[in-house]
Design a protein around this ligand. Structure first.
Ligand SMILES: [Zn+2]
Length: 292
């Protein structure tokens, strides 16, 4: 998967090298740089056997409720929790980097939600909670009914028009110059004033649904609500809550699975491919992350 057409030197692009079996590296015949098969991937310098990694990747790709690190540590006989925790975060990084390339188009359902410790007041602007924007693109299925396409969730500073506008820009809206690329044309929300401002600024069609009771959201904005409730059960259930600074990674993981729900048979291969196509992240980088 790393070199589907054979070795390619990461420094000079030459396609021939000597394999030094004792050190598990390839020595480029032209520039003599030594490259390991795992350098530049999430497996860089790992001391855990790749087979254990593959089991973890398989579980993370297929478990709809998320994968508990403690359980995987036990099953895979990994000595310390920190190693297993770090491995899972590296896989999440690969998921997130892969999905960052996807854009949304057409009609988009959009809503915000809050993640954080229970017991605080609900609603917009709750303190001690992280604001999360969630978008799902819709297309017309064979029977004419709207079907969900891709989903994205993003931790943002607040539910202001500026935050929402920035989120939509990342997803494929407005000033993008890629020719022939489909863009977001319209969105459907609960009509909160920030959404109205964004609709005006970006000249997007805006469909407002009227939510009289919180339960209406599941019916009137069904897809964003499905993925939000999925994310909440993964984070509160399987992971027993996550800290603010890692929330985005867990949300990206939920979206990654949602976005590939029709490709069950290929999902393991796809995720391994994503893992070899992205740089790793270190323990230090993870623990020094800042919450938004
Ligand atoms: Zn070379």
């Amino acid at each position: 998967m790393r070199w589907p057409d054979g070795f390619v030197c990461p420094r000079c692009g030459h396609d021939k090298g000597w394999v030094i079996r004792t050190r598990k590296v390839v020595d480029c015949k032209k520039c003599r740089v030594k490259t390991s098969l795992t350098a530049g991937t999430i497996f860089h310098k790992t001391r855990t056997p790749l087979l254990k990694w593959y089991w973890l990747i398989y579980r993370m790709a297929t478990d709809k409720v998320g994968t508990s690190v403690a359980e995987m540590q036990r099953l895979l006989e990994i000595t310390d929790y920190k190693t297993a925790w770090l491995m899972a975060h590296k896989v999440r990084k690969a998921m997130s980097d892969r999905d960052a390339r996807y854009r949304l188009a057409g009609l988009v359902e959009l809503d915000e939600t809050f993640f954080g410790p229970p017991g605080h007041t609900r609603g917009r602007g709750s303190e001690n909670k992280s604001t999360v924007l969630c978008a799902v693109s819709l297309y017309h299925g064979a029977n004419g009914k709207p079907r969900p396409g891709f989903a994205h969730m993003r931790v943002v500073a607040d539910a202001s028009a500026k935050s929402i506008g920035g989120f939509l820009d990342r997803l494929g809206c407005g000033s993008d110059t890629d020719e022939g690329r489909e863009l977001i044309e319209a969105f459907r929300t609960d009509g909160w004033k920030s959404y109205r401002t964004v609709a005006k600024d970006k000249e997007l069609r805006h469909y407002r649904v009227v939510l009289r009771k919180p339960v209406d959201a599941g019916r009137l904005l069904p897809w964003v609500h499905r993925i939000i409730s999925n994310a909440k059960s993964v984070i509160r259930g399987t992971h027993r809550g996550v800290s603010d600074k890692h929330l985005q990674s867990y949300l990206s993981e939920v979206c990654y699975r949602f976005n590939r729900r029709y490709w069950e048979k290929e999902i393991f291969d796809r995720l391994v491919k994503a893992c070899v196509c992205t740089d790793t992240v270190t323990y230090g980088q993870l623990v020094n992350r800042k919450a938004l």
